[in-house]
Structures are given as C-alpha cells and as structure tokens.
Write a protein that binds this ligand. Sequence first.
Ligand SMILES: [Fe+2]
Length: 534
Amino acid sequence: MSEYVLGLSCFYHDSAAALLRDGKVVAACQEERLSRKKHDAGFPSRAVKYVLREGGISPEQLDAVGFYDKPLLKFERMLSTYIATFPRSFGSFRKAMPVWMKEKLWVPSLIRRELRPYKGPILFAEHHMSHAASCFLVSPFEESAILTVDGVGEWATASFGVGKGTDITLFKEIRFPHSLGLLYSAFTYYLGFKVNSAEYKVMGLAPYGKPVHFDRIMSEMVHLNEDGSFKLDMKYFSYDYGLTMTNGLFSEFFGGPPRKPETWMTAREFDIAASVQKVCEEVVLRMVRYIHKETGLTNLSMAGGVALNCVANGRVIRETPMKNLFVQPAAGDAGGAVGVAHYIYNTLHKRPRTEGWTHAYLGPEYEDDEIAGYLDSRGIPHQALPRAELLRTTARLISEGNVIGWFQGRMEFGPRALGGRSILADPRDAKMRDTLNMKIKFREGFRPFAPSVLADKASEWFDIDCDSPYMLLVAQVREGKRTIPAVTHVDNSARLQTVTRDESPLYYDLITEFEKITGVPIVINTSFNVRGEP
Ligand SMILES: [Fe+2]
C-alpha cells in the first residue's frame, strides 16, 4: 500500500500544500493561485483539497501531516524580542497578539479541524530544516552542502549544513535579529516597495545604479565575519520592535526619509538598491566559500527567500568553488510544505529518496473540454489545433510581434512562470519590453523580462555553462549576441530559464519552431499575473 505524507506551510506568507506518494511529490500548490489573494498566508484549504484530489485520496488515507515550522518556538522568539525592546515594542505587540491567540498557537487543532476525519500524527520541523529538506532531498545530489537564508524562521535567519543520503545536519546558524533577508527587506521598505513581496524589484533596480554606499554599509551597518556570519547594528532598524522596518537613524544614514510608494525614482534610489544588492551578494559569497571550506563539498543546495536572488546565485556559480548548484524553485516559504513532507518521509522515516526534481510543473491542470467550456461561457472565440500546427502558428505569431498567452499542462510550483502559465513574446524587439510593461502587465517600466532559451543553445547566447531550469540564475548576454534587447537588462545581464525537451517537450518544441523562423532559440517568458495579482 502506498504511503502518503502531506506538507503544509502557512500563517506567515505564501501558504502552500504538498503531497508525497511513496516519497515522490504528486502535487504542490500555493494557496494564492487558488484563492487569488497575493501571498495568501491563511490555512491552505484550497491547496490541500487540490493536492488530495490529485493524489486520489481523502484525508483519512494520509499517513502523516507535517507543518513547516515550530509555532511555539517562533512565539517564544517574538515574546523575548518584545520584552527586550519594551516599551518601544508595545504597538507591534498589540497588533500581533490577537492573531497568535486566535490561530497561530493552535495549529494542531486547526489542522485537525481542516483535515477531518484525519487522526494520524501531526509533526513539526524547524523552519530552516524545512527549507534545507526542500532543496537537498529533491536535488540530484547524493551528498551536498546546504545553505538556507531567509528573513527569519523561529530564531534562525540562515543555516549552514550538509546533506548525505537521507540525513541532514545543520551545523551552524545565524539568529534573529541579524538577518540578511530582513536587511534586504528593510531596504525594500525604505525604497518604497512592499516588504516580503517586492524584494525582486530592488534586485531589478540595482543595475541602474552604482553601489556607492557599499563601503559605508559594510563598515557601519553590517559587521561581516570571515565565516559569513554577521551582526547588524540594530540601531538603524525597527523591525524587531516596531511596525516599520527602518527608523530615523537609517533615514539619516541615507540623507532622507523612505521613498513614498509610487513616486518617481532617481539615481539616489538606484544607488541604494545597487548598494544593498552588492551587500547581499558579498554576504552570500562569503557564506558559500565558508561552507565549501568546512565541508570540502562542491555541490550546493539552496533555499529560503534569499535564494531567489538570482544575481547572487549567478555569482555563486561563477566565483566560488561550488561546481553544481540546486536551488529549490519555491525557495520561499511555500517550498517549506514540500520540505517538511520530505523531511518526515526520508529523514525521519528513513525511506530512500526517489530521483531528484527535473521540473516544477506540480500544480493543477485542465482538460481541453474544461478550457473550451470556460471560453464558451465568456463568449471568447477559440479554436483547437493539432500539435504541429499549434507550434507553427504560435511561433509565427510571436515572430510577427504578437503577445501570446501560453497555458499548457500543469501549473508551476514557485514564483516563476516556466512555460506552463506564461505570456510569450519576441525578444528581438526592443519596444516589446515597454509594450508588455505598460499595456499588458501594468507594471514599472524599469523591470526587465526574462528569456527562455533552449538548454542546448544557452551557452552560445549567454555566459553560462550549467542549466537554469527554474529561472534562478543571472548570466551575461554574450557580446556577439546582443540582438535580444527585450530580455537584456541595462548591465547586459539576463535572468534566464534553460528549457530541455525532457522537462517540457511542448515548450521546447515551440521555441525550436521560433528558432526555425528567426534564428533565435529564445522567447520572452513572463508570468500571467498583472501587477498586484498572484
Ligand atoms: Fe523562510
């Protein structure tokens, strides 16, 4: 009989559910994609229903349920921080307590209520163990160094570890309030963007500026040690006690108040973004070099929100002794659902691992007649084409400057559209970037678009010699190949997805058709969501 483990993450941001059958992920989905509430943090009721349906089981057939962190430890951290920073913390304390009292402290009974009539065990893994398991246990590596970096879990904000077979040892951690993720979020807040959501905008903004504040930040704000550990000078920050991320001293440090959201940006904001991005990269590089020195390993598995910083990841591959990098595509907290499920099945129950992930298409899929029914109900004209014709026609339409909605197969797990639910366009057209930003996505004009490139052609076009299947690496566009302005950022970099035929045959064949017409094995790939939507 098969063994089923359900993993859950929720109550902070990006809640999700994942189901394993005999150690292989059957389905994983973020609640926001089903509830249409961006970063939905509530209990993932819809996602649970979906993954159980995909597995063909009901709750009582589950053998174990895992939760991705330890709420009591987190509560302890919050209480001790509030006490240490009282009375400044009172406002934040008053705001946080009702939610804790109402649901966060009662996670087991809430899970039981939602999963009725399930009566089996509910197990809890530490937040960074869930992140570590989410990358290492689904990686292609039998043995690997592990680095998890995020805002904060219970106490840890970064963990260094080793995975071997089904065992994971986390041998060192950095603890709250010293946090690379929260440092980045603090700058995100100061630059007028949404914390826990728009950090990637700061990364996109960075190449427009110069890291002129880097030295000052590293000498006064961030005290970095040789082993990648660091302490923040907390006098500049208020996230440990207040309702904002930074305080007056931080504003003084940069010579002005935080930027008001939606106002103009100037060279000043670009330079600040470039500076914090460089800080982030240098800290991550220092951590990775230290783990390599300690373990001698050249495989690295990464997760945690900071692992979504694909510019830093690109430097890890180019500038450290690590030879192979696996980043969990849902590196943020959603991935914790997959992590805790694998931790229970492989590490606690000591069951052997199945083969590593080769794709992230783990979400819902729709049948042709369901799609036709939906389009009919909205009065949208449609036509079904045989495979070869669909590919030829779509490739031609893209090459003629049309913007195509590409909805095929299962939905991606993780924040990136990877050719399952994507908007596609021609990367050769410089104006395409503005068209997409202004008319289709309604988002800021500075944001670059990402290319999907045939994996076997990637190194011809980009300075990269490994795969980037989840769009989590940035590489330079090669000098003779700067004919794809719509996906080339101001610093000639691109955040690319390499596509193989094994992972995604239909998408691969579409890009091949596009290449036949244009000589370019690349399309623009951006997600369906417009600004502010999941
Ligand atoms: Fe996290």
